[in-house]
Design a protein. Structure first.
Length: 262
């Protein structure tokens, strides 16, 4: 993650000691899930939330960040973003999810919730009065819930209205890089990228998280900005009684408000 700065003619981004950010993110979503119980009689379907379940492709959501310098060129950053989406649609193909199958033409209500937490420790490998370039390592944790409700079957036998719900917490380590540059005392250009592709005992995942932004410094302690973010996330997990996967891509612009102490 990269820090942002507020400034006057004398302030520089590289001097910020503490900062808080709130941003509003307009997203274009592409999400696929798959869940299969170990005792299921039918293979799980790869379900597109947007194409199969009627989720809106475009959405908006807030995001919060904070950071502090630790000395010696080190800094700590934390981040939170929550996604809460729901839809209702008459599906047009059979969807196997968990131990049940939702038949074509069934009315299905669905919900997708994700809480994303991130903490990282960065180090400024190169720094000066008006720039900082560094590397960062951290933990990216995703807590997600997927729920489908509607008329369903097991095998060829109708079981009436059911609710299938699965949730999991998936922490993955990340590595990345960041850079910021004070183009002028009032404008700061910055960017960051995080990456991981890792398989553990019961989970594996790939994450690409990239962002670029331009901040305008209203005062020494307050700034506003615009940015663009791309997130490409894939997770596969093996639980005691079910297996599943989730893949989502989120792209879009954001507006940013930042408070800082130089």
């Amino acid at each position: 993650m990269v820090l942002m700065h507020a400034g006057t003619a004398n302030a520089q981004a590289a001097r910020d000691r503490f900062w808080l950010e709130a941003s509003y993110f307009w997203t274009s979503n592409n999400t696929t899930v798959s869940v299969e119980d170990r005792d299921s009689q039918e293979a799980a379907s790869r379900i597109s939330l947007e194409k199969d379940l009627g989720f809106e492709r475009d959405d908006s959501l807030p995001e919060f960040r904070a950071g502090a310098k630790l000395g010696g060129g080190f800094r700590v950053v934390v981040e939170y973003m929550g996604i809460n989406r729901k839809a209702e649609a008459q599906i047009d193909r059979r969807l196997g999810f968990g131990k049940h199958t939702f038949e074509a033409s069934a009315d299905v209500r669905s919900r997708f919730e994700t809480d994303i937490y991130r903490i990282g420790i960065g180090w400024d490998a190169f720094r000066g009065e008006n720039y900082a370039i560094g590397i960062i390592g951290g933990l990216h944790a995703t807590n997600f819930v997927v729920r489908l409700e509607g008329e369903a079957t097991i095998g060829n036998q109708s079981v009436g209205a059911v609710t299938e719900k699965r949730d999991a917490l998936a922490p993955l380590p990340t590595v990345g890089a960041y850079a910021l540059f004070d183009v002028t005392p009032h404008f700061t250009l910055q960017g960051r990228v995080d990456y991981i592709d890792l398989t553990l005992n019961n989970a594996g995942g790939r994450l690409i998280n990239a962002e670029a932004s331009l901040m305008y410094n209203i005062t020494d302690n307050l700034g506003v900005g615009v940015g663009f973010r791309h997130v490409d996330y894939k997770l596969e997990m093996v639980k005691r009684d079910w297996t599943g996967s989730i893949k989502y891509r989120v792209n879009g612009p954001s507006v940013i408000l930042k408070a800082a102490l130089p």
